[in-house]
Design a protein around this ligand. Structure first.
Ligand code: AFP
Length: 321
């Protein structure tokens, strides 16, 4: 059986050549990142970098390495007008006179998993640029304006999951270094018995979130009248990938630990690209069960957002509490 390769899929897309170039560069860089991740200690990829990022978080060596890899590859591509990263304070214009696209990324999602050899990933969002010389204001587009979103998950298999607005496809990295289509038309089941949330924060959540999760925990004897299972990988990429494969809900709500912040996750690098993928796979991606993440107008680059996404009927149940 002849399998479709990502490069053939990209070539056949009904999309501008510039977007195809961007996707090709991102896919090649994710394949390179996969080698560094797999190398672990042998690739000098474990441990802290000794630097603090704009989010006030200690960067791991791999955060810095992967950020450099994506930034350098994208800024060198003539189709790119500029990039923004969870790991960089400011946007980086590309100085490409023909640059048409803005690429935003979390180069290494789930970095606390690196040193324990658990899954990590890369998340990428692509926007059209109104100018070849973009400033931060040009990046302030709602998620609905995305022309592509993808993640790579570096787990037992390395996979790249992509949408350009016409469904979601999954590609597995072969031993020869090719991305091969293995998951066509990914669809999230509307119902689920599985949820993902960091339960250790329970006492900090708002009352409705505590009520909703409390009802799930009561199982067959409770108001939901069914038993639920829980999973938490602590890398959004891996938790969302599980939901794309077998349904479920992923929640990272506002909590009282830092009441002035709307949540932990970032709108531009995590919320928007994941919401685009989830909606394209038939799921819902919201802040609170009701408000679609993709309709949120960004106000600043590193903005945070509460996230509730996954199986459509379960997100409705979350909204109903
Ligand atoms: P790191 O990249 O700093 O490890 O954060 C990962 C993340 O942004 C997201 O991928 C996880 O779902 C979430 O944070 C995990 O948060 P907790 O550490 O609070 O469980």
């Amino acid at each position: 059986m002849t399998r479709t390769r990502l490069d053939a899929h990209i070539a056949a897309l009904d999309a501008p050549e510039g977007l195809k170039t961007v996707l090709t560069v991102v896919a090649a860089t994710c394949a390179d990142i996969s080698k560094v991740v797999a190398g672990g200690a042998l690739a000098g990829a474990l441990g802290a970098s000794g630097q603090i990022n704009v989010q006030d978080e200690e960067q791991k060596k791999l955060d810095v390495m992967t950020n450099d890899m994506l930034t350098e590859a994208l800024l060198a591509s003539p189709a790119v007008a500029g990039v923004a990263s969870e790991e960089m304070d400011e946007v980086q214009p590309a100085s490409n006179p023909a640059g048409e696209y803005l690429v935003l990324f979390d180069p290494l999602d789930g970095s606390s998993n690196i040193d324990i050899n658990a899954p990590v990933g890369t998340i990428v969002s692509v926007l059209k640029s109104a100018t070849a010389t973009p400033t931060e204001a040009d990046f302030m587009q709602s998620g609905r304006h995305q022309v592509a979103a993808l993640y790579a998950v570096y787990g037992p298999q390395t996979m790249l999951v992509l949408t350009t607005g016409a469904g979601v496809k999954g590609f597995t990295l072969s031993n020869d270094g090719d991305w091969i289509l293995t998951h066509d038309e990914i669809a999230i089941s509307p119902d689920t018995k599985e949820f993902a949330i960091n339960m250790s924060n329970l006492r900090h959540w708002a009352e409705p979130v505590q009520t909703y999760v409390g009802d799930l925990l009561k199982g067959e004897e409770g108001p939901r009248a069914k038993n639920f299972n829980m999973r938490w990988v602590a890398a959004m990429v891996a938790d969302v990938h599980r939901i794309l494969m077998r349904g479920g809900v992923f929640l990272y709500p506002w909590d009282r630990r830092e009441p002035n912040k709307p949540g932990k996750l970032r709108l531009m690098y995590e919320g928007n690209p994941m919401a685009f993928l989830v909606e394209q796979a038939g799921g819902k991606a919201t802040t609170d069960g009701r408000q679609a993440i993709l309709d949120v107008q960004p106000e600043h680059l590193h903005q945070r957002i509460p996230v509730a996404l996954g199986s459509a009927n379960e997100i409705d149940a979350y909204a109903g509490v």
